[in-house]
Design a binder for this molecule. Structure first.
Ligand SMILES: [Zn+2]
Ligand SMILES: [Zn+2]
Length: 80
């Protein structure tokens, strides 16, 4: 039994309405990918929080295509 993220695996499209401009926010990928790249800029508390969440949740970064507003969305993983 394996839990996978439906967004990372292309099983599901996820659209979020932008709180700022009501535009469409699009998935920019896994938050942990960003943390891997930029981990040196973050303090340990944030990194630990993300690690703790990773087991059955996947945190994605969404960005508005109109106003560039960013938002983190926690995605529930599904059983494969
Ligand atoms: Zn994911
Ligand atoms: Zn927007």
């Amino acid at each position: 039994m394996e839990q996978i993220c439906p967004l990372c695996n292309g099983l599901q499209e996820y659209e979020v309405e932008c709180e700022e401009c009501k535009g469409k926010m699009i998935d920019k990928g896994r938050m942990s990918d960003y943390y891997d790249n930029y981990s040196s800029y973050l303090d340990m508390n944030i990194t630990e929080l993300i690690d703790g969440v990773q087991s059955d949740k996947c945190v994605h970064l969404f960005s508005c295509s109109d106003c560039k507003n960013d938002k983190r969305i926690t995605i529930d993983k599904v059983i494969k």
